[in-house]
Design a protein around this ligand. Structure first.
Ligand code: F6P
Length: 743
C-alpha cells in the first residue's frame, strides 16, 4: 500500500495554514509590543527632557541638555533629538538628525497646534525612523516642541527573524508530522490491514485452516472476526457452488446401473454375460421351518451382484446353502434377486468331498495363504489338487453346456477357486472371450514358486484373454511369476503374455462398490443412531464407538486391532468407560484349523481385554460373532466414529469403501491398513501398519480427536474417489477390454 500525494499535500497545507495564522498573530502582537515599548521609552525621555528644559534658563546653550542627550547614547537605536520652535531649530543635540528635520516639520506643527505628543514612523531613504514629538511646556520658549528620533529598523529585523524561525519551525513540524503520520499509517494501519489482506488471500487461495486463526493484532480482532465470518460464509457458498458444478460435470461422467446396462447392450448385443464363481450371491438356508435367503459375507459378491443386476446374464456358482436346491428349477436355476429378478443364478452341486478338498483344502489352505503374505504356511496336498482340477472341470462343463448354442460368448471367471477354468473353456471353445478376475493379492514370484503346481495354475489362468487384478503392483508380481516359471514371452510395454500364438492381457481394475451420484448426494441422516443409542441396545453405555466388519479370517488382523485397543486404553485411561469397539465377525471356513485358531484367538483376546478394563455397563470390545446382513451392518457404519480395516494383506477390501460410502454426512474416520489394496485409492484414510500396535493405537486416538472439518475434508475426498470409480465403471472397463480383444 502507498500513501498518496493528495493526502500528503493536504497535510502540508493544513499545517502551513495553522503555522501561518499563528505567525501572523505572533508578528502583529510582537510589532504592537515593540511599538509600544518604543513609544513608552520616547515618552519617558520626552518627559525627562521637558523637566530639564523647564529647569534650564538658557535653553539654547544648555549644558545639561547636552549631557542628557549624551546619556541617551546607551540606547543603541537612539539617533538624536532636537528642540524647535515654529519650525525653527533652537537646539540640536545631534548633528545626524539634521537631514530628518525637514520630514518632520509638518508633524511638529500639528503637535504644537494640537498641544499633544505623538509618535510616528517615517521612512527616510531605506531607513525606518521613529519620531516622537512633544510640545514643550515652558513660557520662555512658546510654540516649541521637542523631537526624538530612534532607528526603528530593529523592529522589522526582530519581526523578520520571528518569521524565519516560524518558517523553520513549520518546516520541521511538517516533516515530523508527516514522518509520524507515515509511520503510524504504515505500522499502525497498513501493516495490520496488510496482514488481514494476506490472510484473506491465503483463505481465498484455499488455505481454509487459516479461518480458525485469531488476529495477531488485538485492536483489529473485531474486524478480523467479521471478515472471518464473511470469509466463512463465502467459503461455504463457494464450496456449495463448486460442489453443484462438480456434481453437474460428474453427473455426465459417473457410471450408474442404467449407464452400464446401456453400455452392455451396445458392447454385447444379443449376448449373454456368463459369470462364474464359487461363492453364490444368494444362499437359501433353513431357519426353523422357514427357508431364508441371505447374502453371504463376500467382497466378491458385494462387487459382482450390482453388475449382474445391471447387465442381466447368468451367474454359475456352488450351491452352498442347505436349502439351495429346494428353491431352484430342474436345471439348478433361480431368478434373483428375490422379488426383483434381474438375472439367473445357476447352482452347481458340490459334494462333501469336493468341498473338503477343492474349497477348504486347495483353495483355502493352499492358495489363500500362498497369496496372502501373513506368515501362515500354505498346505499343498495332492488329493486337494486333484479335487481342485475336478471341480474346475465340473464348472467348465457347466459353462460349456450353457454356451453351447451361443456364438462368441463372454465368460467372466471370479477368483482363485477357478485358476484352471479359463484354460479348460478356451481349449474347448477358442471363440469364447474369457477373463478371470483375481480378487486376492498376487505374491512375489519367490513366494508363489513354493506351489508344486504353479505352472499348471499359471497356464490355466493364461487360457484367459484378460487377467485382472486390483493393482498394477499385483499385475507386475503376476507377470514376473509367469516370466520366472513358464516358457512364455512377457511384454512389459503393454503388459501381455504370449504363449505360442495366444496372447493374454494383464490389467489392473481396482474393484469397487455400487456407489452412485444419487447415494453420494443423499444427505438424509434418518435412521442414524448415536453410538450411545446403538450400544444401549446391548446394555452398554459409551459415548464413542469404533467398528470393524469382516469374516473372521487371520488375514484381517482382528486380534492385532484388539491389542491396539488395549494399548490405546492403557495410554488414554480417560476413554475408559467412554469408548467401545464393536467387532462384527462372520464365522468363515471354520473347519480349517488356522480359522478355528483365529476365532479362538479373537474371542480370547476380546475376553481378556474386556476383563481387564470393564466397568459397570461398559466394556471396551463388543464382539458379535455371527452373519450380519447389509441392513444390520449399516447402522453400525453410520453411528461409528471410526472404522478399522487392519488387514495383514488384502487384495482390495470393500469394507473400507462401504464404510466411506455409508457416511453421507461426510464425517467419521477410516483407519486403513497400508497392506490393503484400498489404501492406494483412499488417500483420506489414516494409514497404519497392522503389525505396529503403537501406531494403530495412536491412530485410534487421532481418529477420536480429529476435528470435524478435517474429517469432512478427508471423507469427501474418499467418497468422491469411490463415486468416480464405482463398480459400474469397473465392469464397463473390463467388458470394453474384453470386447476390444475379441474384435
Ligand atoms: O474377497 C475375497 C474372497 O475370496 C471372495 O472372493 C470370497 O467370496 C470371499 O473372500 C469370502 O470367502 P468364502 O467365499 O470362502 O466365504
Amino acid at each position: 500500500m502507498k500513501i498518496n500525494l493528495p493526502f500528503m499535500i493536504s497535510a502540508i497545507l493544513a499545517v502551513a495554514l495553522v503555522a501561518l495564522a499563528f505567525t501572523i498573530f505572533q508578528i502583529s502582537g510582537e510589532r504592537e509590543r515593540l511599538n509600544n515599548e518604543l513609544e513608552e521609552r520616547n515618552s519617558l525621555i520626552a518627559r525627562e527632557l521637558n523637566e530639564i528644559i523647564i529647569a534650564t534658563p538658557e535653553v539654547e546653550n544648555s549644558k545639561s541638555l547636552i549631557k542628557f542627550s549624551d546619556s541617551l547614547s546607551h540606547y543603541s537605536n537612539f539617533i538624536g533629538m532636537a528642540l524647535l520652535t515654529k519650525g525653527k531649530q533652537i537646539f540640536t543635540f545631534n548633528e545626524k538628525i539634521k537631514p530628518f528635520l525637514r520630514f518632520s516639520n509638518d508633524y511638529i506643527e500639528q503637535s504644537i497646534i494640537a498641544d499633544s505628543a505623538f509618535g510616528k514612523f517615517i521612512k527616510i531613504g531605506k531607513e525606518e525612523i521613529y519620531q516622537y514629538i512633544k510640545p514643550v511646556k515652558k513660557d520662555r520658549v512658546p510654540d516649541s516642541a521637542m523631537i526624538i528620533y530612534f532607528d526603528a529598523g530593529y523592529i522589522d529585523k526582530i519581526l523578520k527573524s520571528i518569521l524565519l524561525k516560524n518558517f523553520f519551525r513549520w518546516f520541521i513540524q511538517v516533516f515530523l508530522m508527516l514522518a509520524a503520520t507515515v509511520l503510524l499509517i504504515r505500522w499502525g494501519i497498513f501493516k495490520p490491514i496488510n496482514s488481514i489482506v494476506n490472510w484473506l488471500r491465503a483463505v481465498r487461495g484455499g488455505n481454509t485452516e487459516l479461518l480458525e486463526e485469531k488476529s495477531k493484532i488485538g485492536f483489529l480482532e473485531p474486524l478480523h472476526r467479521e471478515i472471518r465470518n464473511i470469509a466463512q460464509d463465502m467459503q461455504e457458498a463457494r464450496a456449495v457452488a463448486e460442489e453443484e458444478a462438480r456434481l453437474r460435470t460428474m453427473g455426465e461422467a459417473i457410471w450408474t446401473q442404467d449407464r452400464l446396462r446401456e453400455e452392455v447392450r451396445k458392447l454385447l448385443p444379443d449376448k449373454t454375460l456368463i459369470v462364474v464363481s464359487n461363492r453364490e450371491p444368494y444362499m437359501h438356508i433353513h431357519e426353523g421351518r422357514e427357508i431364508k435367503c441371505i447374502v453371504p459375507a463376500s467382497g466378491m459378491v458385494t462387487a459382482m451382484e450390482p453388475v449382474l443386476k445391471a447387465c442381466g446374464g447368468l451367474w454359475i456358482a456352488s450351491g452352498s446353502g442347505d436349502a439351495d436346491f429346494e428353491t431352484v428349477d430342474k436345471d439348478g436355476k433361480i431368478a434373483v434377486p428375490p422379488g426383483e429378478e434381474k438375472y439367473i443364478l445357476k447352482r452347481l452341486r458340490i459334494t462333501k468331498e469336493e468341498d473338503e478338498h477343492f474349497y477348504l483344502g486347495f483353495s483355502n489352505e493352499g492358495l489363500w495363504p500362498l497369496c496372502h503374505l501373513t506368515f501362515t504356511r500354505p498346505i499343498f496336498r495332492e488329493i486337494d489338487w486333484e479335487y481342485y482340477k475336478k471341480v474346475n472341470q465340473t464348472f467348465a462343463d457347466a459353462v460349456l453346456d450353457e454356451i453351447k448354442n451361443l456364438e462368441q460368448p463372454f465368460v467372466l471367471v471370479q477368483d482363485f477357486h477357478f485358476a484352471l477354468l479359463p484354460g479348460m473353456i478356451k481349449n474347448a471353445r477358442p471363440d469364447v472371450t474369457v477373463a478371470i478376475f483375481w480378487h486376492i493379492p498376487w505374491p512375489n514370484p519367490e513366494a508363489f514358486s513354493i506351489c508344486p503346481w504353479q505352472k499348471e495354475i499359471l497356464k490355466g489362468m493364461l487360457g484367459s484373454d484378460l487377467i485382472g487384478f486390483h493393482t498394477q503392483y499385483q499385475c507386475n508380481n503376476f507377470l514376473e511369476t509367469v516370466n520366472n516359471a513358464i516358457d512364455s514371452r512377457v511384454k512389459w510395454d503393454n503388459f501381455t503374455v504370449k504363449i505360442s500364438d495366444r496372447t493374454t492381457l494383464v490389467r489392473s481394475f481396482p474393484i469397487s462398490i455400487a456407489f452412485t451420484l444419487k447415494d453420494y448426494d443423499n444427505h438424509k441422516y434418518e435412521n442414524t443412531l448415536l453410538p450411545g443409542e446403538l450400544l444401549a441396545r446391548y446394555n452398554l453405555s459409551a459415548q464413542y464407538m469404533g467398528i470393524g466388519v469382516e469374516r473372521i479370517d487371520y488375514t484381517k488382523g482382528i486380534a492385532e486391532r484388539f491389542l491396539a485397543i488395549e494399548h490405546f486404553l492403557n495410554n488414554n485411561p480417560e476413554f475408559i468407560g467412554r469408548f467401545t469397539f464393536v467387532q462384527l465377525g462372520a464365522p468363515s471356513r471354520m473347519v480349517i484349523k488356522s480359522y478355528s485358531d483365529t476365532i479362538s484367538r479373537v474371542e480370547s483376546e476380546a475376553a481378556r481385554i474386556n476383563q481387564k478394563f470393564k466397568v459397570k455397563d461398559w466394556m471396551p470390545i463388543l464382539l458379535l460373532v455371527r452373519h450380519h446382513s447389509h441392513e444390520e451392518i449399516a447402522p453400525f457404519y453410520k453411528a461409528a466414529n471410526f472404522c478399522m480395516v487392519t488387514s495383514l494383506h488384502d487384495g482390495m477390501n470393500l469394507v473400507a469403501k462401504e464404510f466411506v460410502a455409508s457416511r453421507n454426512n461426510n464425517d467419521g474416520v477410516l483407519i486403513l491398513s497400508r497392506f490393503a489394496g484400498a489404501s492406494r485409492e483412499l488417500k483420506g484414510a489414516l494409514k497404519i501398519n497392522p503389525y505396529d500396535t503403537v501406531q494403530m493405537s495412536e491412530a485410534i486416538k487421532l481418529a477420536l480427536e480429529m476435528p470435524k472439518k478435517t474429517q469432512t475434508h478427508r471423507m469427501q475426498q474418499m467418497r468422491q474417489q469411490i463415486v468416480e470409480n464405482n463398480i459400474y465403471l469397473w465392469a464397463a472397463r473390463i467388458l470394453r477390454t474384453m470386447v476390444s480383444i475379441q474384435s
